[in-house]
Design a protein around this ligand. Structure first.
Ligand code: 4NP
Length: 155
């Protein structure tokens, strides 16, 4: 199972989701991989935001090695499932879909932990430290739900 996490810049939310999911895949020795991307390319090649790296490190999750890249149409071929952090990301990803099969791969990540609620992971970029902690907690919960589905072959 190949999982892609997508946000706007690929420097805050989706690297956090990527790092958390990778840690849980490793700990559970699951046959799955995870990557992340942003719908915009202005941060391509950059490390994650230093505030997100600091929060991540404080919770024991490694994201410093990740580098930002832009989501591309070919990602629909490369990944089995694509998780968007918010509705804007979801709609920008869907604009690049070529088929119904592509569209069915895309989900709001918080629908994994809060089924059917269509909740969003708030963009922490222009806010304070608490925003980054909130992102971590929301994504920890969502990746726990993804992990359970992976274990049950139900993703
Ligand atoms: P992310 O946060 O989508 O969670 O990576 C943002 C990063 C950069 C910008 C906006 C959001 N930006 O406007 O540069």
């Amino acid at each position: 199972m190949k999982i892609l996490m997508v946000c706007l810049g690929n420097i805050c939310r989706s690297p956090m989701a990527d790092g958390l999911m990778q840690k849980k895949i490793n700990e559970n020795q699951l046959n799955a991989s995870v990557d992340s991307a942003g719908t915009i390319g202005i941060h391509a090649g950059d490390s994650p935001d230093s505030r997100m790296m600091q929060t991540s490190k404080s919770f024991g999750v490694s994201i410093e090695h990740l580098r930002a890249r832009q989501f591309i149409q070919n990602d629909f071929e490369q990944f089995d499932i694509i998780f968007a952090m918010d509705k804007s990301n979801l709609s920008n990803i869907l604009k690049l879909a070529k088929s119904e099969k592509d569209k069915q791969k895309v989900h709001l990540i918080l629908n994994m932990s809060h089924i059917g609620k269509n909740l969003e992971v708030p963009d922490p970029y222009f806010g304070g430290e608490q925003g980054f902690i909130d992102v971590y907690n929301l994504l920890d919960e969502a990746t726990d739900s993804i992990l359970e589905k992976l274990k049950n072959n139900d993703l």
